[in-house]
Design a protein around this ligand. Sequence first.
Ligand code: ADP
Length: 379
Amino acid sequence: MTFPVVGMVGGGQLARMTHEAGIPLGLKFKLLSDTPQDSAAQVVSEVVIGDYRDLDTLRAFARGCDVITFDHEHVPTEHLRALEADGIPVRPGSDALVHAQDKGVMRAKLTEIGAPCPRNRIVSDPADAAAFAEEAGGFPVILKTVRGGYDGKGVWVVRSETEAADPFRAGVPVLAEEKVDFVRELAANIVRSPHGQAVAYPVVESIQVDGVCDTVIAPAPELDEALTGEAQQLALRIAAELDVVGHLAVELFETRDGRILVNELAMRPHNSGHWTQDGAITSQFANHVRAVLDLPLGDPRPRAPWTVMCNVLGGDYPDMYQAYLHCMARDPQLKIHMYGKDVKPGRKVGHVNTYGDDLADVRERARHAADYLRGTITE
Ligand code: ADP
C-alpha cells in the first residue's frame, strides 16, 4: 500500500471536512484530537487522543505520518521546529505558520514586504496605547493580544486609556491598530504547494455578526475588477514571500476610499472558504490536501455565478435533525454540512451552502435554512 498517511493536528470541523475531501483520493488520515467527541474524532478511523502542547505526544503522533498539517494554529512554534528537526514534513512549515500564530510577527513581516496594513505597533501599557491613539488620530483604536485570539476574542475596541487596561491582563504582548473605517470585510483565499504552484479562489465578502463569521458571498458583490485582481495578487505574493504551503486565507478590509488592507492571515482551511465545497470545481479542503502532499492543484473556479454560505449557530433547540424535513423539502438544491457537535447557544455547529444565478434568491435560501436549523424561525 503506497498511499500516504496525512497527520492532522486538531479535531475540529476543519479536520473533519479535510478528511472528507481525502476519502475519494484513498488517503489515510491520522488525527491528534483533544477528546474522542471532537468533530473529526467521530469520523476518522485512526485517532490519537492527546495534548498538542506536549512535544512527546506530538513526536509519537508524527511517527507513521508522511506529512503533518493542522486544523488550528495553536501548536507551539518551538514544537513545530522540533518536528522539522526530526525530519518530518510539517505543512505549512513553522517559519510560515508563525505569521498566522502571532499577530505582531505577522504585522512586522507584512510591513517589511510592503503589504497594505492598518497603522499598527506593539504597545507596552495603557499609557503607550493612548500615545498610539494620539499618533493614529485619536481614540477609538483596536487592541489585540498577539496570540490566542479567535472569533473576535482577544480583540478590543478601546475608547480611552482606562478602557485600554483589559487587554494587558492576559500577560501577552498587545498590538495596537488604527480602527479602520471599512465598508466591508473580504477574504482572498489561495492554495500553494511546496513546488510553488498556486491557485486563487474568487475574492469573497464575509459578513460578521458579534465578531463571528455569519455569511460569505462568492464572489464579493460589485467588487471592482482591479481591486479583485489586487487582492488575489496580494494573497499569492504573501504566500510566496512567507513560503506558505496549503490553504491561505487573507482577511481584508475594503476601505471607504477603495483600498484593501490586510486584517489577518489563516494558514489552514478557513470559514470564508466553506462555500467552495459546493460552489467551486475543487474545494479548499481538497486543494489543501493536494498541496500538503505536493500533488498538482485542482481548478478553483466557481461552478455557479453566485454561492452563499451561512453558518449555522446553536440556538435553543438541540434537535436540528428535525429541521431537515422542512429545509430539504423547501430547497432541493440546499447543501447542509453539520459537524457532529453538541448544540450550544452561539456555537458554530454547521453551515449551509446555496448557489444559483440570482444573488437575492441564493442569499434568501441560505439565510432561511440557517435560521430554520437554528430555530429562530419556524416557517
Ligand atoms: P480574530 O483573530 O478573533 O478573528 P481579528 O483580528 O480578525 O480577530 O478581528 C476580529 C474582528 O474585529 C474583525 O473581523 C473586524 O470586524 C474587527 N477588527 C479587527 N481589527 C480591526 C481594525 N484594525 N479596524 C477595525 N476593525 C477591526
